[in-house]
Design a protein around this ligand. Structure first.
Ligand code: ADP
Length: 265
C-alpha cells in the first residue's frame, strides 16, 4: 500500500497542473476578449461623443440669447456628463492599449520613480507629503512607460487617499526574491477595507468608503494589467484608518520571454 502512494500523489499533481493550465488559458482568453471589447467600445463611442460636444458648442455660441437660467443650467449638466464620459472612454482606450506597442528594456528603476515624483511635484508640495525611497533599486527589464504609469498611479493614490489633516508619508521599497522583485508602496492614509482587496483592481470599481474622493476607478486596473505584462502580481494589505501597502512583483525572466517582441498584437 505504502509503495503505491507516491505514484498516486503524482497523478493528483498532474491533474492539478492541467487544471491550473486550463484556468490560466481561460483567463488569458477572457482578458484578450475584454481588451478587444474595451478597444472597440471606446473607439466607436468617440464619434457620437464628439457630435454631442459639437452641438453643445453650437447651442452655446449661436443661441446664447435664447437661453434662460434653467436651460443654461441643464446645458452645463449635459456638458459635465459628456466630459466625464469622454474621460472614461479615453481611459478605457488607454487600458486596451497597455503594452501593445512597446518593448522591455533594462533600466534603473529608481530613475523611473524619480521621473514620476518630479511630475507629481506640485501635488506633493500641496499635500506636504514625504516620499522615502529605498536605496537598493535594481536595474530591471521593464516596459518603461508602463512601469512609470504603475508608480504614478500608486503614488498619486497614496497622496489622494490621505487622511484629513495628516501629512502623507509614503515609503517605496523593493526586495529581491528567487524569481521576481517584490515592490511595495506604503502610505499612512485612510486604508482599504478587506472586502475590497480584490475588487479595487477591477476596471471602474471603487471602494465604498472613498466615494467622496474624485476618481473613476481605472488606475488600479491599469496597474494590474501592467504587472501582468511583467509576469507579476499585484495586491494590497491595509488597516482601515492607518494606511495601506500596495505590493506588486516583476519577473526576473522578462528579458528571456519578451526580448525583441515589439507588437503584442
Ligand atoms: P480611482 O482612484 O480613480 O477611484 P483606482 O483604480 O486608482 O481608481 O483605485 C480604485 C479604488 O481603490 C479607489 O477608488 C479607492 O477606493 C481604493 N484605493 C486605491 N488606492 C488607495 C489608497 N492608497 N488608499 C486607500 N484606498 C485606495
Amino acid at each position: 500500500n505504502k509503495r503505491q502512494l507516491p505514484g498516486y500523489s503524482v497523478v493528483i499533481r498532474d491533474l492539478t497542473d492541467i487544471r491550473d493550465a486550463e484556468r490560466s488559458r481561460l483567463l488569458e482568453t477572457r482578458n484578450k476578449e475584454l481588451e478587444q471589447y474595451s478597444y472597440i467600445i471606446s473607439h466607436d463611442l468617440q464619434e457620437p461623443l464628439r457630435t454631442i460636444c459639437n452641438y453643445i458648442e453650437v447651442i452655446e455660441e449661436d443661441y446664447a440669447d435664447q437661453l434662460n437660467a434653467t436651460l443654461s443650467k441643464y446645458l452645463t449638466r449635459i456638458k459635465q456628463a459628456t466630459m466625464r464620459l469622454q474621460r472614461l472612454v479615453h481611459e478605457l482606450l488607454d487600458y486596451s492599449r497597455i503594452g501593445k506597442k512597446s518593448t522591455p528594456q533594462k533600466l534603473p528603476v529608481d530613475g523611473l520613480i524619480r521621473n514620476v515624483i518630479d511630475d507629481l511635484e506640485g501635488l506633493i508640495k500641496e499635500k506636504q507629503a514625504t516620499i522615502t525611497l529605498a536605496e537598493n533599486f535594481p536595474e530591471l527589464w521593464v516596459y518603461e512607460l508602463e512601469i512609470q504609469q504603475l508608480f504614478q498611479n500608486l503614488i498619486s493614490n497614496a497622496l489622494k487617499y490621505s487622511k484629513k489633516n495628516v501629512k502623507p508619508e509614503i515609503g517605496i521599497d523593493v526586495k529581491e526574491m528567487e524569481e521576481h522583485w517584490h515592490f511595495t508602496v506604503a502610505d499612512n492614509g485612510i486604508g482599504v477595507d478587506q472586502s475590497s482587496y480584490e475588487t479595487i483592481f477591477e476596471i471602474f470599481r471603487r471602494a465604498q468608503h472613498t466615494k467622496d474622493y474624485e476618481g473613476s476607478g481605472i488606475g488600479l486596473a491599469h496597474c494590474k494589467k501592467i504587472t501582468e505584462l511583467h509576469d507579476g502580481q499585484i495586491g494590497v494589505e491595509s488597516t482601515v484608518g492607518e494606511g495601506s501597502t500596495f505590493f506588486f512583483t516583476i519577473s526576473k525572466f522578462l528579458e528571456f520571454n519578451k526580448e525583441g517582441q515589439n507588437d503584442r498584437g
